[in-house]
Design a protein around this ligand. Structure first.
Ligand SMILES: *[C@@H]1O[C@H](CO)[C@@H](O)[C@H](O)[C@H]1NC(C)=O
Ligand SMILES: *[C@@H]1O[C@H](CO)[C@@H](O)[C@H](O)[C@H]1NC(C)=O
Length: 190
């Protein structure tokens, strides 16, 4: 009898102390089936749109926010940081249908050749993708004919997305420095 009470008390103490010990550890985790989140068949989607980088004029979509003291002396403008909120359209013309925005930053991250670090969220505004986003993070060798950059994630219909974007300059005005870039994006998502 005494032994069993002692055992019971010991067990209660054990439970209590294990709760305290668990609290010091990471949150609980368990394996769940993807279908419990409504994730069924993974699919591959191709998106095609045009990105409008407007540097000059009355309504620029990309603005310089920071640079280093040596940036102006650098042939690659190393250290320049640009914040962008740029329209994504269906066709190449600026007045073409707006399908989303590219919001984020790009910065000159290379001293010897022209290489931008791109940190961009694509926010889609049309049809079933309205409200869904996709995140691009990568190196943009802006002088190259086609630049490949990774898509590292997304939200909404693009949850769990991963893939790549191929960017190709459609037009570049050497006077205004404004550019229109064609994007082909390939992503796996659910
Ligand atoms: C996209 O969603 C927003 C917010 O729900 C809504 O106001 C807007 O009208 C939608 N746009 C289209 C084209 O459906
Ligand atoms: C470049 O932009 C300037 C100023 O808007 C314009 O006059 C010129 O025609 C443009 N050049 C090209 C090739 O589109």
């Amino acid at each position: 009898m005494t032994t069993s009470i002692f055992f019971l008390l010991f067990t209660v103490f054990e439970l209590f102390s294990s709760t305290i010990i668990t609290a010091k550890h990471p949150p609980s985790q368990r394996t769940i089936p993807p279908t419990s989140l409504g994730l069924h068949q993974e699919k591959l989607t191709h998106l095609h749109f045009y990105f409008h980088d407007v540097i000059s004029g009355p309504r620029p979509t990309a603005v310089n926010v920071a640079q280093a003291p040596m940036t102006d002396k650098s042939p690659t403008k190393f250290g320049a940081v640009v914040m962008a909120d740029e329209p994504l359209t269906l066709g190449p013309e600026p007045e073409s249908k707006l399908v989303g925005k590219a919001q984020g930053m790009y910065a000159s991250a290379s001293q010897n050749d022209f290489g931008l670090m791109m940190v961009m969220n694509f926010e889609f505004l049309e049809g079933k993708y309205n409200g869904s986003t996709m995140s691009l993070l990568g190196r943009n060798a802006a002088i190259s004919a086609v630049r490949e950059m990774p898509i590292v994630g997304g939200s909404g219909l693009f949850r769990f997305s991963r893939g790549y974007a191929l960017a190709k300059t459609y037009s570049f005005n050497v006077t205004t420095l404004n550019a229109i870039v064609e994007y082909n994006v390939y992503v796996f998502h659910y």
